[in-house]
Design a protein around this ligand. Sequence first.
Ligand SMILES: NC(=O)c1ccc[n+]([C@@H]2O[C@H](COP(=O)([O-])OP(=O)(O)OC[C@H]3O[C@@H](n4cnc5c(N)ncnc54)[C@H](O)[C@@H]3O)[C@@H](O)[C@H]2O)c1
Length: 275
Amino acid sequence: MAAENLFDLTGRVAVVTGSAAKGGIGHAIALGLARAGANVVSSDIDEPRARTTAQEVEALGRQSTCVACDVSKPDDILGLFAEVDRVFGRIDILVNNAGIGSHAHPEDLSLDEWRRVIDVNATGSFMCAQQAARRMIREGVGGSIINISSIAGSTALGRGNFVYSVAKGAINQMTRELAVEWAHHGIRVNAIQPCQIRTRALQELITDPQFSSTKLVERFLSGIPMNRLGEPEDLVGPVVFLASDASKFVTGVMLPVDGGNLALNAGGSHTWPQE
Ligand SMILES: NC(=O)c1ccc[n+]([C@@H]2O[C@H](COP(=O)([O-])OP(=O)(O)OC[C@H]3O[C@@H](n4cnc5c(N)ncnc54)[C@H](O)[C@@H]3O)[C@@H](O)[C@H]2O)c1
């Protein structure tokens, strides 16, 4: 196969959760998959903005539909996949992107907040993966499931990110287990571990009055050897790679998209003492 065709997703059907058009990672991924040729189902709790994403996908010449879906609600997930069946009758790519953060000292964290964060990030990702895999197994053509994890899935972030880190750690282990369980069906399951990505949500965190924004950005950058925050667009190439035949023998990996953050956390500092 010619190298230029390896990343071609023409005719494939992708579902991206949390892909409303509001400056987030899922929105960039949905449009990136469409630019690579895929038809895209845009889903989010924010239906009007999920519809905007679907319209943007159609403007790129691909088919699309949008579905209101709260991934913490099993019935919403069934509704999402019923719509996938109705409109496309197949699914080739699932991007489990919907996720929420949480900031609380572990000693103060309520059980309700623990459950909310685990439900949206981990349980929602599993339920979507299960629905997608059942269809991929039935069709017998395999597929690609991509879980948007975080550097927090492998390293501790501190700063009250406790339950978020636990949820992303669960996503990493779920990725490995499902990759092994579904390999013989031709279903590849991989995760991406972004560092801090400059989404509208991150921007809100940076400007939250409970933090010093300069110190927070400095703290982020001190962990990123490439010395910049990520942009949502930085996720597109890695997702297209994992969705496409370019990665057809790649499964069960955690791919950092982090400017070197996880490499740095293996030890040491990226600046010399005199710098
Ligand atoms: N931005 C970062 O710095 C960063 C870093 C590492 C990992 N991530 C992960 O990337 C993913 C996307 O994050 P983002 O920064 O783009 O966030 P975001 O808040 O900008 O976007 C998240 C989207 O998910 C939707 N959403 C929220 N709860 C939902 C639910 N219960 N069901 C369905 N949709 C829901 C929101 O409406 C929004 O459109 C998340 O899984 C997040 O944990 C983000």
